[in-house]
Design a binder for this molecule. Structure first.
Ligand code: MRU
Length: 346
């Protein structure tokens, strides 16, 4: 997969506007901090690891925009920009993780550094965040692909592929690796209402990679699983609590219930930056609620009465009992999750 969800070129941040995919591949310049914030908020860039990485570069954008002259001044700019970026979306812990990492780096730098040197050090940290994510998604692919046998069918929800990370993704990375190993795989992609990340993004990137893909409406997952068409489910995650409860795109939880009912293994693929041991369990995970217009209309076309009440949570929580295992960059983690996740994150 060669799609680049963003680019950092000559100290400028360009993001691939994912709201325009699959029809248009348009890179947009984010000249200021507010542009980076808006790109994250409006889902031009989305997917838990990717919003973290882009926010790390967003810190660099803020430094250039606000043009701090001394290290002390630059540290202040970073703290303020960081808080602002974290407030763009509450559920994916990767956003906060990456921004906090940039803040820690800034804190550790010598106050006597020139502004140029200070910037270069911060840029190095953003590159490190990017490179580590790239490596993690590669390892997730390696471990996850061992679970996939020739001719297996995998169901996924939302987009946890290359468009959601810096590399091959989380949930889709094992699929890409399996294909590389010569295995024939089929992916059932839930369309993912209301914003259709499954239909628009997952299908787009899987087809580009030459992987057999079958698009289904979310409401069809029950039938497809009951008919025995699915060998395993692999999804990504936005935040995983200490007991294994997992927040991911709205509609993931019902798929987990279905998989449990029909004894289909349900895997969650995620890098270390998605695990949040400070959150004890699922009910403590903040769930983003988005604008009602996303449900009342699609692509500018009204699909419901204008004044109907709407409930639009962007994520749901899958109880850990429904999860077979986590596919991580350090291997497959099986229950009991409380003990094993703590060990993994040590
Ligand atoms: O609202 P989105 O599109 O950012 O939601 C994305 C998801 O829910 C993904 O499954 C998750 O972030 C994992 S991406 C590797």
């Amino acid at each position: 997969v060669t799609i680049k969800p963003f680019e950092w070129k000559n100290r400028q941040l360009f993001i691939l506007d994912q709201t325009k995919l699959p029809h248009e591949s348009h890179y947009e310049l984010c000249p200021g901090l507010t542009d980076v914030f808006n790109a994250i908020k409006t889902l031009k860039v989305r997917g838990a690891p990717l919003i973290g990485i882009v926010a790390a570069y967003g810190i660099l954008v803020a430094l250039l925009e606000k043009n701090g002259k001394r290290a002390g001044e630059m540290k202040k700019i970073i703290t303020e920009a960081g808080k602002f970026l974290i407030s763009a979306r509450p559920t994916a812990v990767n956003l906060e993780w990456a921004v906090r990492r940039m803040m820690e780096k800034a804190k550790s730098l010598d106050k006597a550094l020139t502004s140029d040197r200070f910037f270069l050090e911060m840029e190095k940290e953003a590159v490190a965040v990017l490179r580590e994510d790239l490596a993690m998604s590669g390892r997730i692919g390696k471990f996850g692909s061992a679970l996939i046998k020739n001719r297996m069918s995998i169901l996924t929800h939302c987009n946890a592929g290359g468009l959601a990370t810096s590399g091959l993704g989380t949930a889709l990375s094992p699929v890409y690796h399996a294909k590389e190993q010569g295995k024939k795989v089929t992916v059932y992609a839930d369309e993912t209402r209301p914003l259709l990340q499954g239909a628009r993004l997952t299908c787009y990137e899987l087809l580009q990679a030459g992987i057999k893909t079958v698009l289904i409406c979310d409401s069809m997952a029950g039938t497809v699983i009951k008919q025995g068409k699915v060998d395993m489910v692999i999804v990504g995650a936005d935040r995983i609590a200490a007991n294994g409860d997992t927040a991911n795109k709205i509609g993931t939880f019902p798929v987990a219930v279905l998989a449990y009912r029909f004894k289909v293994p349900f895997y969650v693929a995620a890098p270390a930056s998605t695990f949040d041991l400070t959150t004890k369990e699922g009910k403590d995970i903040p769930i983003e609620e988005r604008d009602p217009s996303e449900v009342r209309m699609f692509a500018g076309i009204k699909t419901a009465p204008e004044n109907v009440d709407v409930f639009n949570p962007a994520f749901d929580v899958t109880d850990h009992e429904l999860i077979t295992a986590f596919i991580t960059d350090r291997g497959i983690i099986k229950p009991p999750f409380k003990v094993n996740l703590a060990r993994y994150l040590k």
